[in-house]
Design a protein. Structure first.
Length: 71
């Protein structure tokens, strides 16, 4: 694929994801008792990612500090 078709396809997919996420949170999407609110699950995933990123940075700083103490 050339660069323009990749760009257009990426924009179409991004708009589709935004619309599906909005529609799932604005309307009540329930199937067999399961709630399909993609905005809520995306928010939980983002918070989990921020938690693991902060944990990894903390561990990296501890390891770098221990390494500096050894020298």
């Amino acid at each position: 694929m050339d660069k323009w078709s990749e760009l257009v396809l990426g924009l179409i997919l991004l708009v589709a994801v935004i619309l599906i996420t909005w529609a799932s949170s604005a309307y009540n999407w329930v199937l067999l008792g399961k709630d399909f609110n993609f905005l809520h699950s995306a928010w939980i995933f983002l918070k989990g990612g921020i938690f693991w990123l902060a944990t990894a940075i903390a561990l990296l700083l501890i390891v770098l500090g221990i390494n500096d103490l050894r020298e």
